[in-house]
Ligand binder design. Sequence first.
Ligand code: BEZ
Ligand code: FE
Length: 316
Amino acid sequence: MTVEPATQDKASTYFEEARSAEVVNARMGADVDPRIKTVMASLVTHLHDFVKDVSLTSEEWFEGIRFLTAVGHTCTDWRQEFILLSDTLGVSMLVDAINHHRPEGSTENTVLGPFHVAGAPRYMNGANICLDGKGEPLVVRGKVVDHRGNPVAGVTLDTWQANDEGFYDVQQRDKQPAFNLRGVFESDEDGRYWFRSIKPRYYPIPYDGPVGEMLKTLGRHPNRAAHLHFIVMKPGYDTVVTHIFTPDCTYLPDDAVFGVKDSLIADFRHVDDAAQAERFGVANPFWLVEWDFVLAPKAAGSDADWSIETAEEDRT
Ligand code: BEZ
Ligand code: FE
């Protein structure tokens, strides 16, 4: 039988195991956005390679579908299980890393996490963000400088943290006052900032859903090393989304979302000095962390500036 050339072309578009990704990618239309084309062609190629690499069984494929369905069903307006999946697989940290190469010495980014709340109160420097007085007192102070070491004034520092039981205010609405352990500060004319808080504790990421199930299957714990969150921003500088970690936390080496970087582990000093405590307005003894943020100039074409809505009223 002779085969018409047109039929031969058509046959080359039929599925074949050996050329599976090629066949799928060849279906893309000529007018597809070039970036979408690049991303999707690579995704399909890697996905097919993965299926072949592990010789995925039908049962395993179905289990994967069940898992992703459960991840979707767990998402609500206030819970993003897909981001949690990305965080626990190290993808969030990787995407951040490849998009924020900064000059040596600049403060590094880490994960944002789901507990940032827009509209936290704006405070004067020195305010105490611990509204229920529970926990070991902590004084946080330092400077915001640029990569040449010059102080940067007027920088917004948005901070939030868990309490000494390992819960954010939004997880304990019946136990903690609204906006407990959250606040927005501004660096002064010398680039200085300072505030009072309490020493944070490690805590588990939400693990009562499919991501928690996955961690258990993989023999991983859900705990995050104890930290304070910061978003540090000023127009013209690359926005820093970061943490400072306490140096004594047992979960530093195996933080559940791979958020720890050596450069973000701070020195938390335990100070027993009644006169100093009185000057800071905290009970003695207390913890003191001195931490400078180093901003990098905004790279041309990088992500848009962050904006956070903050409460209008200043509270001290
Ligand atoms: C957090 O630090 O708040 C966080 C980060 C990633 C996942 C869950 C929580
Ligand atoms: Fe956190």
